[in-house]
Write a protein that binds this ligand. Structure first.
Ligand SMILES: [Mn+2]
Length: 333
């Protein structure tokens, strides 16, 4: 096993720790949340204390992913001293949001992630982009260390893997992913319910929002590039809220012929999150990095403090023109 030494060291540190804080990225996705939940359950099994650090309460759709309400914290409390930090699916310290100060406190950090551009800020770093998800890596750690798992832990890992692989469709789905998942399925996981929860079940607000957001579609480069925008005002217009936006980022890339899809999410008037997805050779993480963000070659993003109109101009002038240059020598604009 490639990470045998690291896995042994993690077990050693875990055994010595008494109070563990688990941190995943801001705007957590099911991979970050469920790998956090899985290790939290294991730590509880070891009769040790642990918490999962979140920025704020989870959106309704994802709150069921961490059913034990004593696990999440939303602020650091001055009377709890954590003696170990485990970061999961967290590419950089900055992406820990309000918990960034913890990284300068001499607390040992175990950093487990599958984002290629991870900053390696831990004492132990297992960063491997050949894994479909952090949850898959977490399962390998449990398996290697013979850590007993149960239906709840297996379900958490399964959800993380299903989400990050888009139900085993994305290219990072390997034979190893399937092998590990087949082992997890021994634990009687309700796969149909999970699939529906992640990808199919939508609220009325979400459906109205989807229709509104779809109508913003703009196409560039002869049908190869799509921009879709979620304006802040849409929430009120559709009687929807932020928890209704989770499926929207995929809309652009589902269009036939689209290679690069750009999702502009206006979170505040001067705070815009841009998500990039590509299907072929255009590495979106390199673009995201130029704007202080990160991610994978085919899925990346960044946050920009500017208004919608300016951000859109930047996208057209910098990202789409760079795409056109890289892929078509500027023939298509
Ligand atoms: Mn992930």
């Amino acid at each position: 096993m490639k990470y045998k030494n690291e896995y042994n060291k993690i077990s050693e540190i875990l055994n010595k720790s008494n109070n563990v804080l688990i941190i995943t990225h801001i705007d957590p996705d099911p991979d970050g949340l469920c790998s956090s939940h899985a290790i939290a359950l294991v730590i509880q099994q070891m009769k040790k204390k642990c918490n999962i650090a979140l920025q704020h309460e989870l959106i309704k759709k994802y709150s069921i992913l961490i059913p034990d309400s004593s696990l999440p914290i939303y602020e650091l409390s001055s009377d709890i001293n954590y003696d170990l930090i485990i970061t999961l699916d967290l590419g950089s310290k900055k992406r820990s949001g309000k918990y960034i100060e913890l990284f300068n406190k001499n607390i040992p950090i175990i950093n487990i992630d599958h984002h290629l551009d991870n900053d390696h800020f831990g004492e132990i770093n297992i960063i491997d982009a050949s894994f479909s998800s952090t949850s898959e890596l977490m399962y390998e750690f449990f398996k290697d260390q013979k850590i007993p798992i149960n239906q709840e832990i297996a379900t958490a890992l399964y959800i993380g893997i299903v989400f990050d692989t888009g139900s085993f469709r994305y290219s990072l789905t390997t034979s190893k992913t399937h092998k590990y998942v087949s082992e997890l399925l021994e634990y009687k996981i309700d796969t149909n319910d999970i699939y529906e929860m992640l990808f199919e079940r939508v609220s009325q607000g979400a459906l109205r929002l989807m229709s509104k957001v779809s109508s913003t579609l703009e196409i560039f480069c002869n049908g190869k590039v799509a921009i879709i925008s979620l304006r802040k005002a849409f929430y009120d217009e559709c009687n929807a809220n932020e928890s209704d936006n989770t499926l929207l980022v995929r809309l652009g890339s589902s269009i036939e012929g689209v290679d690069l899809s750009i999702f502009i999410n206006e979170k505040e008037e001067n705070l815009i999150k841009v998500s990039l997805r590509s299907k072929y050779n255009f590495k979106v993480n390199e673009i995201a990095k130029q704007f202080g963000g990160g991610g994978h070659e085919k899925a990346a993003g960044f946050i920009i403090e500017d208004n919608y109109k300016n951000v859109k101009e930047i996208i057209i002038n910098k990202i789409i023109s760079s795409y056109s240059k890289t892929m078509f020598n500027d023939i298509l604009i």
